[in-house]
Write a protein that binds this ligand. Structure first.
Ligand code: SF4
Ligand code: SF4
Length: 163
């Protein structure tokens, strides 16, 4: 049975071989109410080689996005994109005062039509470049069935899929 830990972006369980970003938080500590994984090494950036298909996507848990832009740069470097072209682009919401002390402020990565879900990397058993370089572990690559199921576990998530 697959278990999803929304705060570290990891799917654990039998299906995690195919659904990745499986950074196991063996020694997760709690700092500022955010669970942080021990640093992932390259051996964790491997997944079972799978045929890229429309059945895969990326789940974004933007509650934990820091707005660092690493995903944007990782994609540009991986695909040789010009500085004004993006496979994924960060949108910034707010700050807007909604009422009293309640404010809207969020970073939300948006995927463009230039994203191919890093099919070449994935075919080699690697994670998509943006997923691998997200230090906040808020990007999760996996099957649409499992990712969509995880959408139900918490708010402030979006799911990107190819056509
Ligand atoms: S999955 Fe690959 S192509 Fe798509 S945004 Fe991420 S790095 Fe770019
Ligand atoms: S790399 Fe992760 S934390 Fe940084 S902007 Fe992208 S999604 Fe947000």
């Amino acid at each position: 049975m697959t278990e999803f830990n929304a705060q570290n972006g990891a799917l654990n369980g039998a299906a995690a071989d195919a659904v990745n970003n499986a950074q196991e938080c063996a020694a997760a500590d709690t700092v500022n109410n955010v669970e942080k994984c021990t640093a992932a090494d390259d051996t964790q950036d491997t997944v079972q080689a799978v045929a890229p298909s429309a059945n895969y996507g990326i789940l974004v848990d933007y509650e934990w996005c820091t707005g660092c832009h690493s995903c944007e740069v990782a994609c540009q470097m991986e695909h040789g994109l010009e500085p004004d072209r993006f496979g994924v682009k960060l949108a910034e919401l707010g700050p807007w005062q909604i009422a009293g002390k309640k404010w809207q402020y969020a970073y939300v990565p948006l995927f463009s039509d230039q994203c191919d879900l890093c099919q070449e990397r994935v075919a080699l058993g690697k994670l998509p470049s943006c997923v691998h370089h997200c230090q906040a572990a808020c990007l999760v690559y996996g099957t649409l069935d499992e990712l969509s199921a995880n959408l139900k576990t918490k708010t402030k998530q979006t799911l990107f899929a190819l056509k």
